[in-house]
Design a protein around this ligand. Structure first.
Ligand code: NAD
Length: 334
């Protein structure tokens, strides 16, 4: 894993999407590294700060929670004020929901990103990290996928990520905004929601008599959440990387069906794994293969994943097992 621990001491940082799966893990890591962290969470009338609430009490006490909506420029400008580094993770991310309401993705992911970029341009931050996704590449045309792979988004979600990424890079070229693009491949670990494949497999395996998934053959490169969060942190402080894009993944490829089999083995459960039409993506939208070439991140940022797949699965199983009340395995969560 990349170093950079000392770089965060007393740095003022804004994390958007901080109540989310990766964002909350990143907040945890940055507070532990000594940063002064403002956490942008989506407002709700319950004053519920999502996964920020799950952090250890002493960590939570250090976090300046800022509620708002990324689609509101004034809210974003207020959040960026006084911040040195901005790590922009806030986004609508479930792919199946993006088929249902694509425009919401334009609002959250594109409008939201331009609000962040504008605020950073006005406020003279030292770094803004736009968090992208491997989904922008679509099915691998060459493997492993490096940063020069063509962009071929196959879902409305991925299209808005391409749009947001290109805006960010354009701000760097046009205005000198110090943008870095972090492009994680699939991420998994504690606090991930049931819409993602690994928590879906685990919850079904723990509570049902069969595991029902979409297609079993697509392959993905799964990185443990702490490694993805460390990757984003590394992009926040590395020198001479403005305007650069970095892929983050392990380089290991796992078919969805094989992941289910491995999880069932780890749980000691003998259940059938079946593909159902309900969970399948439209055929031309299905991304068949994603596997990362992260050698640029290794060379320029010193980033390497620290948690192997098996250990990550065990830690995720442990978390899901004691958090089952948060999941609804009987229904298909999009
Ligand atoms: N999970 C993965 O496998 C993965 C892989 C690659 C890239 N990413 C990227 O990492 C980032 C974080 O993903 P995650 O898995 O933690 O997702 P998540 O859904 O857990 O977190 C996203 C957060 O953004 C917030 N958000 C969405 N719209 C908002 C709005 N309009 N205003 C304020 N907040 C808003 C949500 O409330 C949520 O807390 C995203 O940008 C995603 O595209 C995720």
């Amino acid at each position: 894993m990349s170093g950079n621990t000392s770089h965060w001491q007393s740095r003022t940082v804004l994390v958007t999407g901080a109540g989310g799966f990766i964002g909350s893990t990143l907040v945890d890591i940055l507070v532990r590294r000594g940063a002064s962290v403002r956490a942008f969470v989506r407002y709700n009338s319950r004053d519920d700060h999502a996964h920020i609430e799950d952090l250890d009490r002493d960590i939570r006490a250090e976090v300046d929670v800022y509620s708002g909506d990324l689609q509101n420029p004034e809210a974003v400008a207020g959040a960026v004020a006084g911040r040195d580094v901005v790590l922009h993770l806030g986004a609508l991310i479930p792919i199946p929901y993006s088929y249902r309401h694509p425009r919401e993705y334009v609002f959250a992911n594109i409008d939201g990103t331009i609000n962040v970029l504008e605020a950073c341009r006005q406020r003279d931050v030292s770094r803004v990290v736009q968090v992208s996704s491997s989904e922008v590449y679509g099915t691998a045309q060459t493997v492993p996928i490096d940063e020069s792979h063509p962009l071929n988004p196959q879902s409305p979600y991925a299209a808005t990520k391409v749009g947001a990424d290109q805006l960010a890079l354009t701000y760097q070229r046009s205005f000198g905004t110090p943008v870095v693009l972090a492009r994680p491949f699939n991420t998994f670990g504690p606090r991930q929601s049931q819409r993602a494949v690994i928590p879906t497999i685990i919850t079904q395996a723990l509570t049902r008599d069969r595991v029902e998934l979409g297609a079993l053959s697509p392959t993905r490169d799964f990185t443990f959440v702490e490694d993805t969060a460390s990757a984003i942190a590394a992009c926040g402080v590395a020198s001479e990387v403005e305007g650069e894009t970095f892929n983050f993944g392990t380089g290991e490829e796992h078919a969805v069906g094989d992941v289910a089999t491995r999880i069932l083995e780890l749980l000691g459960a003998k259940l059938p794994v079946v593909a159902t039409d309900e969970r399948r993506r439209p055929p031309a939208s299905e991304v068949a293969r994603l596997v990362a070439d992260a050698s640029k991140a290794r060379a320029r940022l010193g980033w390497m994943p620290a948690t192997d797949f098996e250990t990550g699965l065990e830690r995720t199983i442990e978390w899901v097992s004691r958090s089952l009340e948060r999941f609804r395995p009987a229904i298909y969560t999009i």
